[in-house]
Ligand binder design. Sequence first.
Ligand code: GDP
Length: 195
Amino acid sequence: MNVTKAEYIISAVKPAQYPDDALPEIALAGRSNVGKSSLINCLIRRKNLARTSSKPGKTQTINFYRINDLLYFADVPGYGFARVPKSVQAAWGKMMETYLTRRETLKAVIQVVDVRHPPTADDRNMYLFLKHYQIPVIVVATKADKISKGKWQKHLKGTREGLELQKGDPLLLFSAETAYGKDNLWREIENRIGL
Ligand code: GDP
């Protein structure tokens, strides 16, 4: 997709604030610091529309971006902060559950993981969470530029096995640094929204 328009719409804390113009939506989830904001900015060719490196403890919001007046990206709060209070974890879970169960326009969740390392327990839980709600998931293994090409397949295998990725769930390699995998990911998104 050639992105000509990308607008920040709202940081929502409750469903009443979600955009209601019924455009198809793709959500993005990932462990804090995994590179989720960089991936969004890369997809929409902006340096800094999605805020990078959100800090734990900050108000947890779902940030909506409207792309080409055609679809929304919903940037959901990062998971897996070390040492966050139980209350914050619970609030995150509740917010995600509300979003995933109520959002009729949600077409798929892009789950971002770090290709360098095997998925963490939080990554596995997120994947299971999505499977539980039967939400289509596209796993993106980012920071590909940080490992040599010769090791890509081995690392992707580690990601696939670590998540126990189900048949039919795509796993795409990506780098926000080099934009590697960007066209593939856009193609996958376009499929999911029926373009
Ligand atoms: P977020 O917390 O998941 O939104 O993560 P950010 O997008 O803020 O990225 C965290 C750090 O990783 C930042 O320093 C980014 O510059 C860096 N980063 C993100 N994606 C990539 C990538 O594909 N390659 C490299 N080399 N660095 C990346």
